[in-house]
Design a protein around this ligand. Structure first.
Ligand SMILES: Cc1cc2nc3c(=O)[nH]c(=O)nc-3n(C[C@H](O)[C@H](O)[C@H](O)COP(=O)(O)O)c2cc1C
Ligand code: SF4
Length: 692
């Protein structure tokens, strides 16, 4: 029947039955309509009840009851939400730490953006090579699966963590894979984790900067047999911090033990990763979602350990340093006998410091109370294994231990020179009374929290102090007590170039440098201050004008300009320099001429004072050191100690001494002491061959 005909017939019957009274007709009609509506709805309710899953349905939430109220997705219609246990990705690995709430369920929402076409950036860090090999395998597998993939060593290829872990490279959003070993001793990953943590807790930056990456996965490499309670802790922490920074986890954290079926499990993880690319599981639950209550804080995940040693016995860093002739003193200091000390013992000449300041190399000890540094300079050999950091996070040794330890280690090395041909008996005897300490070996000496007590101990022993700092620690520089000579390294004249040359860890590296120069001109103007410029061709030699600006800022007493030294091939040590970057002496001479002209042109009273051609080193001095027609760049050491002992305030001009003429800029000796024997390796070799 037509839908309108039945109600009309009903209304007509009611009208006739109630004798034509419209009120009754109206009430009866409303009652009829209501009852018929209920009748229409009832079958629908029944349909939904029939669609509920049966008790035997395989539920992804593990019986937690979530699906009781939700419609079950069909095969054609993918679910909009996944729930995965990310706590342990491999069932047979031991739990790394005693989790407070386990197993941890992370709820993940399906993202709009798919990482399918995203390029992969595979970051790794490796001290002994296994993580590097694993990362290469991941990379090869991705390339074989026709994905774009690029390997990046976090310690060498990534100069600026900001450009990947605060900002994201431009272009299609990349997918990050991190392959990380774990070390309970200090390792470069500690700095990486410190960086992630600082970024995540820095209120000045975007709370979720890594939302822009397509996704991330972490593969941890460790040793669950020897480090059961610390197994892969650093990878676990990295996984959590990346998530906290807003990155979405596309594949679960893998934790592989190098001693347990490593290759097979690595392959399984890689296969799973590749498989997940086309079926992405995107987890973004750590980014400020309301479900955060189910998550465990990363601090809770990490075992509470004591402060680490910067260089622990037996650690890869320790092995690397000792292999190169360094003696590690305590846990963060080092000493090494330099080639000039050996040369001076054999009467073959001292280093440029003898020509410029009167330091005899056989009386000099090169040491550092902090092997760690806040830069990764291109001309430094130590990349990859060196401790780095912006804050002191290690155990601290007492200065007495370092001074005594360094002297003993130095004397031990001198003793080994006893039988070397050509060693002068007099110089050999003198060498057991160190007179000068060059705090310039590697690392950053003023980073050491007790640097002032350390300097006091040296001075008490009448050992002069030549302290070189990297212009990144203005607070420590401002409170530094008197040193014999205070250096600041100026490795590039502009903000942009400094970033490339020094690869600084601090974001405000340029402001720090500027503050340091300001401190030299003001608070530390009583010191004998020196700018040290290390010239690297193609990096920092083009802009003499900008260097002059920096000289005007800090008004140093002296400017030491030195051509960079080649410290071996770039392979393996992260040093990107080749011989092409090492300037010839002539190029250094041209540079200092330009710089001096630039200084003079703006009324800054500096001039070329001395040179040591053999070391490719030139000294520019303020004209106040040109006294009575003679340069006075040398130091009267006994006077320095006398003034220090007196407690009175004094400045650089109070303990100067005349520079010998053979060290003058332009002299025929070009800085070579005429009393020493010039040793020409090539000629000596030829002579030996003729005598054979
Ligand atoms: C000094 C030292 C400390 C280590 N500490 C840990 C640790 O805390 N947790 C862990 O799972 N593995 C630890 N390991 C094992 C390394 O993570 C493992 O050897 C790994 O393969 C090193 O990776 P790499 O070769 O890429 O540097 C340590 C190894 C050494 C030599
Ligand atoms: S400041 Fe010195 S120790 Fe530090 S990275 Fe540069 S060259 Fe190496």
């Amino acid at each position: 029947m037509d839908s309108w005909l039945a109600p009309a017939v009903v209304v007509a019957i009611i009208y006739l039955l109630c004798g034509g009274r419209w009120t009754f007709v109206l009430l009866a009609s409303v009652a009829y309509l209501l009852s018929s509506k209920r009748h229409i709805e009832e079958p629908e309710t029944k349909d939904v009840a029939e669609s509920r899953p049966s008790k035997t349905h395989a539920c992804k939430c593990g019986g937690g009851g979530c699906c009781q109220s939700k419609k079950q997705p069909s095969a054609e219609e993918p679910p909009s939400e996944y729930e995965i246990d990310f706590t342990y990705s491999f069932k047979d690995t031991e739990p790394a730490v005693d989790l407070k709430r386990a197993p941890k369920i992370i709820r993940a929402n399906k993202s709009e953006s798919k990482p399918v076409s995203s390029p992969f950036l595979i970051f790794y860090s490796s001290l002994t090579g296994s993580s590097k090999r694993a990362a290469e395998k991941v990379c090869d597998a991705l390339l074989a699966a026709s994905k774009q993939a690029r390997l990046l060593n976090l310690d060498d290829d990534v100069d600026d963590l900001d450009s990947f872990f605060l900002n994201v490279p431009t272009g299609p959003p990349p997918n990050y894979i991190l392959v990380l070993p774990s070390y309970d001793t200090d390792s470069p990953i500690d700095y990486f984790l410190e960086f992630l943590q600082d970024t995540a807790t820095d209120f000045r930056v975007d709370k979720f900067p890594l939302r822009k990456v397509a996704g991330f996965s972490v593969l941890g490499i460790g040793d669950s047999e020897s480090w059961a309670s610390h197994f892969c802790t650093q990878a676990v922490a990295a996984d959590k911090w990346l998530s906290k920074l807003g990155a979405r986890r596309t594949f679960p954290l893998g934790k592989l033990c190098i001693k347990r079926d490593f290759e097979t499990k690595l392959q399984t993880w890689i296969d799973g990763l590749i498989d997940s690319i086309d079926h992405p599981i995107l987890d973004e639950s750590n980014s400020d979602s309301s479900d955060d209550e189910t998550l465990v804080d990363v601090e809770d995940l990490l075992p509470k350990t004591d402060t680490k040693k910067m260089v622990a016995d037996g650690s890869p860093t320790y092995k690397s340093l000792t292999k190169q002739g360094y003696s590690v003193i305590g846990s963060h200091s080092g000493v090494k006998i330099c080639r000039w000390t050996k040369s001076a013992l054999r009467g073959r000449g001292s280093c440029y410091k003898f020509a410029f300041y009167g330091i005899k190399s056989h009386l000099c000890m090169e040491t550092t109370p902090s092997l760690s540094c806040s830069n990764k300079c291109v001309f430094c050999w130590r990349h990859g294994t060196n401790p780095v950091g912006t804050t002191w996070r290690w155990e601290v040794d007492e200065p007495e231990v370092i001074v005594e330890g360094a002297l003993q280690a130095h004397y031990k090395k001198i003793k080994q020179m006893r039988g070397v041909p050509g060693v002068s008996a007099d110089r050999f005897a003198e060498a057991f009374q160190v007179r000068h300490c060059a705090l310039s070996l590697v690392g950053e000496p003023i980073f050491y929290p007790h640097i002032n007590r350390f300097l006091n101990l040296l001075h008490e022993k009448l050992i002069s102090s030549f302290l070189v700092c990297n212009a990144q620690h203005p607070d420590q520089l401002a409170t530094l007590k008197k040193v014999t000579q205070l250096y600041v390294s100026i490795d590039a004249p502009t903000k942009e170039e400094l970033k490339v040359v020094d690869r600084p860890l601090y974001r405000d590296y340029w402001e720090r440098l500027e503050r340091c120069l300001e401190i030299l001109r003001t608070v530390q103007s009583h010191q004998r201050t020196v700018y040290r410029l290390t010239l690297v061709k193609g990096f920092n030699m083009s802009d003499a004008t900008a260097y002059a600006d920096l000289v005007a800022k800090g008004e140093p007493c002296l400017i030491e300009v030195k051509g960079a030294t080649f410290c071996g091939s770039s392979a393996g040590n992260g040093n990107p320099l080749t011989m092409q970057n090492i300037p010839f002496y002539e190029e250094c001479q041209n540079f200092v001429r330009k710089l001096t002209a630039e200084l003079k042109s703006r009324g800054l009273d500096y001039d070329l004072a001395a040179e040591h051609a053999h070391s490719c080193c030139i000294l520019i001095a303020h004209r106040k050191f040109f006294i009575n027609g003679q340069w006075h760049t040398h130091i009267d050491y006994p006077k320095f100690f006398k003034l220090l002992e007196s407690g009175q305030s004094f400045n650089a001009l109070d303990y100067t001494a005349p520079t010998p003429e053979w060290a003058y800029w332009g002299s025929s000796e070009a800085g070579f002491n005429p009393e020493d024997t010039k040793f020409n390796r090539k000629q000596e070799k030829e002579k030996r061959q003729q005598n054979m």
